[in-house]
Design a protein around this ligand. Sequence first.
Ligand SMILES: Nc1ncnc2c1ncn2[C@@H]1O[C@H](COP(=O)(O)OP(=O)(O)O)[C@@H](O)[C@H]1O
Ligand SMILES: O=C(O)[C@H]1O[C@H](OP(=O)(O)O)[C@H](O)[C@@H](O)[C@@H]1O
Ligand SMILES: [Mg+2]
Length: 352
Amino acid sequence: MTDVIQHKAYARIGLLGNPSDVYYGNTISISITNFWASVKLEPSEHLIVKPHHFHDLVEFDSLNHLVNRLETEGFYGGVRLLMAICKIFYKYCKNNLIDLHERNFTLSYDTNIPRQTGLSGSSAIVCAALNCMLDFYKIRHLVRVEERPNLILDAEKELGIVAGLQDRVAQVYGGVVFMDFGKTHMEKLGHGIYSPMDISLLPPLYLIYAENPSDSGKVHSTVRKRWLDGDDFIRSTMKEVANLAVEGRQVLLQKDYAKLASLMNHNFDLRSMFGDDALGEMNLKMVEIAREVGAASKFTGSGGAVVAFCPAGPLQVELLQEACEKAGFIIQPVQVASSFLNDMDLGNSSST
Ligand SMILES: Nc1ncnc2c1ncn2[C@@H]1O[C@H](COP(=O)(O)OP(=O)(O)O)[C@@H](O)[C@H]1O
Ligand SMILES: O=C(O)[C@H]1O[C@H](OP(=O)(O)O)[C@H](O)[C@@H](O)[C@@H]1O
Ligand SMILES: [Mg+2]
């Protein structure tokens, strides 16, 4: 009864096809153990959502400190995410006639995912919290794995954040997943078709990032509006982006890494549809630096971090490391997470 429940959810990299997940496209995404968010649920008398001592700072040294902090980190931390998933979870259970016991809990969180860098720090917090609640109420078998990414996305939608499913799928499934968000099954099933791939198909990848918060909701809103208005250029470019993941799946199965490099670069080039202002100068610089040494590179998400691949091998990796250090960017090898699904999760899944 008094057991503490704790779950981690990891950062993710959009390897190919992002951001077409927001637009009935396809992606290949990877869950990585380099960074994670963790959420703790402790039974308690009242229902409490605890602010994080750093990410939800409300006490400052001075007015100058407060303003500086808001300008670099924005207004929000993770508390709103935890509250939003509580609301979505409760409503989902109610609508699906899932009985919840009446005991209360305290939620707290921590994260080392660089903030708002397109590594999916937001949905990691939400995903870890959802896992805690599934265990607290012992209803894991009643909420299918394919549905869970939708709940996580709904929590962020509740806050007005424009985002897609790829982050949430990678964080629920783990490993490498090919995702098909085609309109037909999105409308018929209410979710995409998610096919885990063998993680050993991936070549060594590198993560480059800078402390450079960018708001994924803001980055996406203009393109989203143009897509909804039926803008021909945005619609056709987004289809092209989606096809890169479809092609990428075959390319990975054949271990054709030269082709993988060209697909990654093409993916980034198509992101120019967002416009340089939305993409951000520092983000563009990260991609440029990788390309200068002949590495393939693209955004992991909506901006802040870049995934790079060195098709020419270790010497090229050294050049890339030197170039990043010189420019003040952090670079580290990507550590791919294995699948997170257990027997109970797989037992209630219909499409994996
Ligand atoms: N590391 C973090 N710590 C606390 N809250 C975060 C963090 N990262 C994101 N958030 C919360 O999630 C919201 C959306 O973040 P988002 O732009 O999607 O970033 P990311 O690329 O990391 O997912 C932020 O406005 C903030 O409320
Ligand atoms: O633009 C993208 O590639 C992704 O942007 C968001 O992810 P984030 O890590 O918050 O930048 C969004 O949630 C994803 O669905 C997009 O593919
Ligand atoms: Mg996000």
